[in-house]
Design a protein around this ligand. Structure first.
Ligand SMILES: C[S@@+](CC[C@H](N)C(=O)[O-])C[C@H]1O[C@@H](n2cnc3c(N)ncnc32)[C@H](O)[C@@H]1O
Length: 466
């Protein structure tokens, strides 16, 4: 048995804590946490959520035999998920589906007399395109007058970000990455223009009420619990609120129809034979060894993620275009795909952790160990558009993975020429194949390479130097 290691992001709930132990996750429960879990675990909604996959598989184990200390009086074992992602890396429909999963579970629990203590998207993870609730420590038996403690949090972390995107066309991810607690009611109230409040007053009640309550209760001694008990938070009232929220969230949609990269699927600039060769090269490289995890950075429509997926356990497909990621998510969801995880990641602005001391939610590069990274037709965008030097990109890849498949468009490639059009002449004069190969050879051993028949792109399969 491996010694369990405390998860650095699991400390906010004093009643339970998560430990990583090899391929398992162990959740330890304190005496109070055990009382909660014992009281709810035999309920119907838990059995159903486990059976449907809405709740992560969970088995009780002896804390001592799982390697936990004596302060933990009960423990559960869960499978370790292939990759932990965060809501600011999700696309609109991923956040929406996670919100609906949270509401579904909260309603089912309520029907069994159980309250869900919080409502944070960090308790939801995606296994491929399937949202799964991972926090078995979130449940407690309700007293009849208990409010829904997660209501405000639900608004701040699910509803308001979705509204920002749906009503205003504002990307929500920077808000969630900027603040681990989400968008405050006051901020939301100020962001929404007055004209939105009139015809949609009913829908915006969740903004208006919370913003007013935030002002009223700030720094006062008002007991919100007592207030809501007096207001009569019967389960019928709560269920009605949850149902209305389900309807409201269900109606929110992403209106974006086009983005810079949303029409790339045709890959019009590749001559057919080049695309075939490229696919074959990628397939051979990935299939050359058994793979647990492949990352496809700059995945676009996931064409190469899918090829990699046929030869690996899991693929994390990342792209900096949120619409592209959303479309990929929707197509994977339609297929019920559980082995490709699509994520919004802008390579030029990623890596840092957020939350307590910047380690509560670690940066994307600290959350996985890909066996192979696909970096296909991305390097020129990151180098020329974002001015991230080729050497810095190769350093990142060397630190991240033992193996890469990388496509380099030469200086005379039509796309490179286009990117350079509005740049000062000479500023990227080192963006050449010989210079790239020099930098690559410093860090990696090239196992194979191929000039695509377009004549302006070379693709490499390389392993990290020891
Ligand atoms: C030319 S397409 C390549 C798509 C795919 N890898 C292929 O080879 O067919 C480039 C992709 O890189 C993505 N991209 C550009 N800059 C990026 C960045 N800074 N971080 C992540 N992805 C980026 C774009 O959104 C686009 O989908």
């Amino acid at each position: 048995m491996t010694n369990p290691r405390a998860d650095r992001g699991s400390f906010r709930d004093p009643l339970s804590r998560v430990f990583i132990s090899g391929d398992d996750v162990i959740r330890g429960f304190s005496a109070m946490g055990k009382t909660d879990i014992d009281a709810v675990w035999s309920k119907k909604f838990i059995r159903e959520a486990l059976a449907s996959g809405d709740l992560i598989p969970s088995d009780f184990v002896e804390p001592g035999s799982a390697g936990l200390g004596t302060e933990w009086v009960a423990a559960m074992r869960h499978p370790r998920l292939p990759f932990i992602s965060y809501p600011y890396e999700w696309s609109f429909n991923m956040l929406k589906d996670a919100a609906l999963a949270q509401l579904r579970l909260t309603r089912a629990a309520l029907a069994d007399g159980v309250g869900v203590k919080d409502a944070t998207p960090y308790n939801v993870q995606f296994v491929g395109s399937q949202p799964v609730f991972i926090d078995a420590g979130s449940f407690e038996v309700r007293k009849s007058s208990d409010p829904w403690y997660g209501y405000k949090q639900f608004c701040e972390m699910f509803l308001y970000p979705l509204m920002l995107q749906s009503y205003l066309g504002v990307q929500f991810q920077p808000f969630l990455r900027g603040a681990v607690n989400g968008v405050s009611p006051d901020t939301m109230r100020k962001l929404l223009p007055m004209k939105l409040f009139r015809p949609r007053k009913g829908r915006l009640i969740h903004v208006v009420l919370h913003a007013a309550a935030q002002n009223k209760f700030a720094d006062t001694k008002v007991d919100v619990k007592k207030q809501s008990a007096r207001a009569g938070m019967s389960s019928a009232v709560l269920d009605a609120t949850l149902r209305k929220l389900e309807k409201l969230v269900g109606e929110l949609s992403l209106h974006d129809k086009q983005s810079t990269w949303s029409d790339y699927s045709e890959r019009a600039h590749y001559i057919e034979s080049s695309l075939d060769e490229k696919e074959r090269f990628v397939r051979d490289a990935v299939a050359s060894s058994p793979r647990r995890q492949v990352w496809d950075i700059g995945c676009n429509d996931g064409r190469f993620s899918r090829i990699a997926s046929a030869h690996s356990d899991h693929v994390v497909a990342m792209d900096a275009d949120p619409l592209v990621v959303d479309r990929l998510y929707q197509s994977l969801r339609n297929e019920k795909n559980t082995s490709i995880l699509p994520l919004y990641v802008d390579l030029s602005d990623s890596g840092g952790g957020i939350g307590w001391r910047g380690v509560e939610r670690p940066g994307v590069f600290d959350r996985g160990n890909p066996d192979v990274v696909l970096f296909l037709a991305v390097i020129h965008h990151v180098a020329i558009t974002f001015n991230i030097p080729v050497a810095a990109q190769l350093d990142l890849l060397r630190d991240l993975t033992p193996e890469i498949v990388i496509e380099f468009p030469h200086a005379d490639d039509p796309m490179v020429k286009r990117l350079l059009l509005n740049k000062r002449e000479g500023i990227h004069s080192d963006f050449t194949l010989p210079e790239f190969e020099r930098l690559l050879n410093e860090r990696f051993d090239v196992r194979s390479k191929m000039l695509l028949s377009s004549g302006t792109r070379t693709i490499f399969h390389a392993t990290r130097k020891n």
